[in-house]
Design a protein around this ligand. Structure first.
Ligand SMILES: NC(=O)c1ccc[n+]([C@@H]2O[C@H](COP(=O)([O-])OP(=O)(O)OC[C@H]3O[C@@H](n4cnc5c(N)ncnc54)[C@H](OP(=O)(O)O)[C@@H]3O)[C@@H](O)[C@H]2O)c1
Length: 330
């Protein structure tokens, strides 16, 4: 028997989650690697899956959890062996296939990464897809030429998971970080993570309506999209880039293309789901090398699997600060 958080749909189409003991043979049987899951986490997308939103989950009953880390118990693929510590995120695990909110999981060998020696399963899930995507975005902008000399980097939705980790990682690489938040009360938290100044969400939303403004930002990690992304595009320094990775503020925007034409501004889409394994290994290695573990601990809250549905609602309401660690054995 294994412990699993099962999301099911009632006849009236309402969706609810409950903690259950289930037979291990109910796990998907198309994976080559069996894992004893030690930790998972909660991302915005998990909040959607837990609440039947976003049309992400196609069949019920379902076990959500886009992230997991644990120890391999058996492998039918010679790239992995019992005892390996692995992390798995993306490839739509937890969305269209059962994911990390169970004490056991199985997955394709093509989807997982052996954790770097210095990275515990616990710390990997304090980072999770949020931390992974933050590093992926920074690497993408640096490949476009972003450097600490190019101007302040704007991080939007800074109080959330991706924004918090991005703030820490950028500050550690020597960037001046302007952290945009809608919550004035978390300003001290953000400066504690390394933000050099706080930009209020209202200030960014108060758009004077010009096609282009004075250049302010040497880069932007945008977790929110909508008109805030449109405003940031107008405020980029010459040749600088924006990593667009989230839509907490909206999935559409009305924007001027003039900054693309006159300033060579670039917007890079960031997708963490289908990243090829060699790039995943580089991202996890960089996180292992650069993420200060004491800061990671301080920005994370540990919860049990039974508490996941409550935090799934909170993350959709923008009430979660930093990262949530789900301890599967607590
Ligand atoms: N592309 C990918 O592969 C990928 C990977 C991971 C996440 N994402 C997406 O990236 C976004 C952030 O993910 P996350 O895990 O960091 O989520 P999160 O922890 O919920 O953080 C989102 C943050 O956005 C801000 N926010 C919320 N509602 C807003 C609104 N209406 N207007 C402006 N800002 C708002 C809040 O920050 P403040 O309170 O500080 O303002 C909130 O903490 C989500 O949209 C998620 O789906 C995409």
């Amino acid at each position: 028997m294994i412990k699993a958080l099962i999301v099911d749909q009632a006849e009236d189409n309402s969706v609810s989650a409950s903690l259950q003991q289930i037979e291990a043979d109910r796990l998907p049987d198309d994976g080559e690697v069996d894992i004893a899951v030690e930790y998972s986490t909660i991302n915005y997308k998990d909040g959607l899956c837990l609440n039947g939103l976003g049309r992400l989950v196609r069949t019920y009953p379902h076990v959500p959890g886009v992230d997991l880390a644990g120890t391999v118990t058996a492998s039918r693929d010679d790239r992995f062996a019992a005892g390996d510590r692995v992390v798995m995120n993306g490839f739509r695990s937890g969305e269209i296939r059962w994911g990390g909110y169970a004490t056991r999981a199985s997955g394709k060998a093509d989807w997982m990464v052996r954790l770097p020696d210095g990275m515990s399963t616990r710390h990997s899930q304090m980072l999770g897809t949020a931390g992974f995507t933050a590093m992926q975005a920074i690497m993408r902008l640096e490949a476009n030429g972003m450097t600490p000399d190019g101007g302040e980097v704007l991080v939007t939705g800074a109080g959330g998971g991706v924004g918090s980790v991005a703030t820490v990682l950028l500050a550690a690489r020597g960037y001046q970080v302007a952290a945009m938040t809608g919550r004035a009360e978390i300003a001290d938290y953000l400066t504690g993570l390394g933000a050099s100044r706080i930009v209020s969400r209202d200030e960014m939303q108060d758009d004077p309506g010009k096609v282009m403004e004075s250049g302010v930002w040497g880069g932007c990690i945008d977790c929110v999209g909508g008109q805030i992304l449109a405003r940031a595009i107008k405020q980029m320094n010459y040749g600088c880039g924006i990593a667009s990775l989230g839509n907490a503020a909206g999935a559409t925007m009305e924007a001027s293309i003039i900054p693309f034409l006159l300033r060579g501004v670039a917007v890079f889409g960031i997708d963490s789901v289908m990243v090829p394994i060699p790039e995943r290994e580089r991202i996890w290695a960089a996180l292992d090398a650069e993420m200060p573990r004491d800061v990671l601990e301080s920005m994370s809250r540990e919860i049990t699997l039974a508490e996941v549905p409550d935090y799934g609602r909170q993350i959709l309401e923008g009430r979660v600060r930093g990262r949530i660690l789900v301890n599967m054995n607590a």
